[in-house]
Structures are given as C-alpha cells and as structure tokens.
Design a protein around this ligand. Structure first.
Ligand SMILES: *[C@@H]1O[C@H](CO)[C@@H](O)[C@H](O)[C@H]1NC(C)=O
Ligand SMILES: *[C@@H]1O[C@H](CO)[C@@H](O)[C@H](O)[C@H]1NC(C)=O
Ligand SMILES: *[C@@H]1O[C@H](CO)[C@@H](O)[C@H](O)[C@H]1NC(C)=O
Ligand SMILES: *[C@@H]1O[C@H](CO)[C@@H](O)[C@H](O)[C@H]1NC(C)=O
Ligand SMILES: *[C@@H]1O[C@H](CO)[C@@H](O)[C@H](O)[C@H]1NC(C)=O
Ligand SMILES: *[C@@H]1O[C@H](CO)[C@@H](O)[C@H](O)[C@H]1NC(C)=O
Length: 379
C-alpha cells in the first residue's frame, strides 16, 4: 500500500497533496484496478467458453406429465394470423364435424386482438387468441417467436399430442376424422426439409454454432409430434444465432447511398424457412420425420423469373377453386426434391396416402366455393 502511495505521490508531484488525500486516491485506484482485472478475467473466460465449447444442443426439459398421458389425444390447431381469421366460416364447418375432445385451437394474432362475437363468426375461436403475443414482421425472426409461443401454450395441455401450424389463408381438404387418423396414425412429424445448396442464405458466420451440413430449408407449415414441439420451445441456442445471422435483406433505399452496396451484399435469409428444419437436423431428429409438408402451396414461377426475388405463392380466388382443381391437389401422391434428387412418396405410418391435407392461399371467395361443393368433404 505504501508503495502505491509512493508512486502516486511521485507522479503527481503536487505539493498540496496531503497524506490523507493520497491514501484515499490510492484506495480508489486499487478498487478500479481490481474491477478492471475482474472484468478482464470474465471476458477471457467467456472467450474461452465460446471457442472451446462444441456446438451445444438444446436439452429438452422433462415434461413428465405429457409422456404419461393416457386420455384421448388431441390435435392442436395453431393459427398464425395477421389479425382475424377470414376463413373462419370454412373451419367452423370442419370443426363441427369433430369430437370436441379430439382437438384444440390456439391463435397467435396481433397483440391485443381478441376473438369474440364481433371479430369472428364462429364460437370455436372465441377467446382462443394467445394472451401474450408479439408483433410479427413477415420474413423476420419475430415469426419464429410467434410459432414458439403457440407451441409453448399448446404444450401446457398434456392432451395435445400433435401440433399443426396454419396460416390465415389455409383451408382443410378433408373432413376431421380422415385428418385425425392420418396425423395421429403416424408417430412422426411432417416437416418439409431439404438441403439448401443453391441460394446463398447460409451465412458462414454461423458455422461455429450451425455447421453447413446441418443447414436445411423447407416450408414453414409444419405438423409436429410433442417431442419435437418441446425441442423447438426449449431451444435457446440456435434461435439467437438466427437472430444475428439470418436476416432479410432490406430493400434498396436510395437515401442510404453507399450503404446500400454493403446492405445488398448481406446474406438474404428468411428465418422461418430454415429454423425448424435446421434445428431438428442439428438435434439428430431427421429420422423421426416425414420430410414433407402437409400444406399445398402453388408457386408462381413466372413471377420468380420477372422479379428474381424468389417465388410467390399464388392466391386461389373463386374462379380457381373448382372441384377439379381441388381433386388434382388431393391426387398428388409424391413430391420431388431437386437438391437431393429425392422423390418423397407420401406415406403416413408406412401407408401410401395423398400428400396434402391443407392448401393455401385461399381467398374468402375460394373458400366459399369449396364449402358450396357438395362432394368436397367426402372426397
Ligand atoms: C387467456 O386468458 C384467459 C383468462 O386467464 C384464459 O381463460 C384463456 O384460456 C387464455 N387463452 C389462452 C389461449 O390460453
Ligand atoms: C376422437 O378420438 C378417438 C380416439 O382418441 C377416436 O376413437 C374418435 O373416432 C375420434 N373422433 C373423431 C370425430 O375423429
Ligand atoms: C402403424 O402401423 C402399424 C403396422 O401396420 C400398426 O401396428 C400401428 O398400430 C400403426 N400406428 C398407428 C399409430 O396407427
Ligand atoms: C404470376 O406473377 C406474374 C408476375 O408478377 C403475374 O402477372 C401473374 O398474374 C401471376 N399469376 C398468378 C396465377 O398469380
Ligand atoms: C385463376 O383464375 C383466373 C380467372 O379465371 C385465371 O386468369 C388465372 O390464371 C387462374 N389462376 C390459377 C392459378 O389457376
Ligand atoms: C370423411 O372422409 C373420408 C375419406 O375422405 C370418407 O371415407 C368418410 O366417409 C368421410 N366422413 C364423413 C363423416 O363425411
């Protein structure tokens, strides 16, 4: 301590510096140095951990009650919507033909939006919105957060054994009983997942946490078994990497001038087309999947050529939703994955089936036409 005081004294050389001042100053200095050394040590530890730890995987927390559940199993229908459910009248008919003990409904809508007599025509949706929701920006990681919230709330009911994610423009293509047996009959999740080799969405900066060989792409519209829903809800490792390195490229903004050059070089990534697929691949769960989606989407290839900004889903209007068109969709029994040269023959629990139980995107007019087709639900 004295030595320290000496040094301070000699460097300061102030004749008015009393001994008491010097001592107080030295103490301050000692404390400051200690705090600095502490921080330095912590920082080093952090670096060491970051560098040495192998890719950590989410540890599913045990939810014992769910695994021992023996009652009637429910399918949880999870609607991810902007505000209301424009096709509620069609879904109401679908649910009317179901046993109330066999399904549950959860809706993620804009924060504060309530489903009641004034906002929906169907009692099935009253009060079914999540009490806690986030503002979703399409194509950004808030979309994944909304999906996770839906799964988290639905997992609270141990009767929910399957989780179907749907958009506000999705329609069912079969009656409830058929759908229930199709989905429940398989011990696997239905997750569209394939190698993404063509587009530059993978950001090499992720490689420490997400190796390139685990990077996957696929449709956001998934159907999960409980175990996989838990993995997604419990993940605290992969999502932060996505938030940092998988972002949508902002549109060119002339006001930003030269900054645009840098922004346009950024990897253009759409998190909801990669997150679940990549996470499940990283957890070694791909063998527990039917690697295809249950939701049909028609892509507009001519728009892709014109705009070179990726494909756009086509919206079916009244004119397009003919029973012939629906029959065609229901007749599809395989999907070809170009990047893997893989043909997926659609099956559930080893039985050959049609690939799609749902379809998007349907306008209200298109949904009305479906409802008016007498044969629709029996097909
Ligand atoms: C929202 O909160 C109310 C009141 O606590 C509850 O009755 C309702 O089930 C909650 N909604 C969901 C989807 O959990
Ligand atoms: C409801 O589920 C039970 C089995 O859990 C099944 O026997 C019954 O057929 C289902 N009802 C409908 C309408 O699918
Ligand atoms: C799946 O198929 C096997 C063999 O046909 C059958 O024993 C089993 O019960 C089926 N699983 C379900 C959940 O239907
Ligand atoms: C496909 O995209 C093109 C260009 O954007 C558009 O003109 C056309 O109407 C679209 N087709 C359908 C069926 O939506
Ligand atoms: C939908 O119907 C309109 C009008 O008949 C037609 O121009 C358009 O090509 C159809 N789109 C699809 C995807 O069938
Ligand atoms: C449901 O659909 C299946 C197959 O599409 C059909 O065999 C069955 O009769 C339908 N059930 C009802 C209640 O309409």
């Amino acid at each position: 301590m004295a030595l320290m005081a000496e040094r301070v004294m000699t460097t300061k050389k102030g004749p008015i510096l009393s001994r008491r001042h010097v001592i107080r100053f030295s103490w301050k200095l000692v404390i400051m140095i200690s705090v600095f050394l502490c921080l330095l040590a912590l920082f080093k530890l952090h670096l060491l951990y970051e560098l040495s730890s192998p890719t950590p995987l989410p540890h599913p927390r045990s939810r014992i009650s769910s695994h021992s559940y023996k009652g009637p199993a429910k399918i949880a229908f999870l609607f991810l919507v902007r505000r209301n459910l424009p096709l509620d009248f069609l879904w109401a008919t679908f649910f009317e033909n179901a046993d109330a003990a066999n399904f549950s409904i959860y809706i993620h809508s804009a924060p504060g939006f309530v489903f009641d007599e004034t906002t929906t025509k169907s009692h099935f949706f009253y009060g079914r919105q999540l009490n806690k929701s986030v503002q979703v920006s399409w194509g950004e990681s808030s979309m994944i957060e909304a999906e996770k919230l839906l799964l988290k709330v639905a997992l609270e009911d141990p009767a929910n054994q399957r989780f179907v994610l749907l958009s506000d423009s999705c329609v069912p293509l079969y009656n409830f009983t058929y759908m229930y047996n199709y989905i429940m009959g398989s011990p696997r999740s239905f997750v569209d997942s394939f190698l993404d080799v063509k587009e530059g969405r993978y950001n090499p900066k992720m490689s420490r946490k997400i190796p390139r060989e685990k990077w996957r792409k696929g449709s956001q519209w998934i159907t999960l078994v409980r175990k996989h829903a838990e993995v997604i809800v419990d993940d605290e490792v992969i999502l932060p990497v996505f938030k940092k390195h998988c972002k949508r490229r902002p549109p060119v903004d002339t006001r930003k001038g030269k900054l645009n050059l840098k922004l346009q070089k950024q990897h253009n990534c759409i998190p909801d087309e990669h997150y679940v697929q990549t996470l499940l691949a990283m957890c070694g769960l791909e063998s527990e999947l039917e690697r295809r989606t249950l939701t049909y989407t028609l892509w507009n290839q001519s728009a892709a050529k014109l705009e070179s900004r990726g494909w756009h889903p086509v919206t079916f209007s009244y004119a397009n939703a003919s029973s012939q068109k629906i029959k065609e969709i229901k007749g599809i029994n395989h999907v070809y994955y170009e990047t893997e040269h893989r043909t997926e023959w659609c099956r559930t629990n080893s039985t050959s089936v049609s690939c799609f139980l749902f379809a998007r995107k349907f306008s209200q007019g298109a949904a009305m036409r479906l409802l008016s087709e007498e044969v629709f639900w029996q097909l």
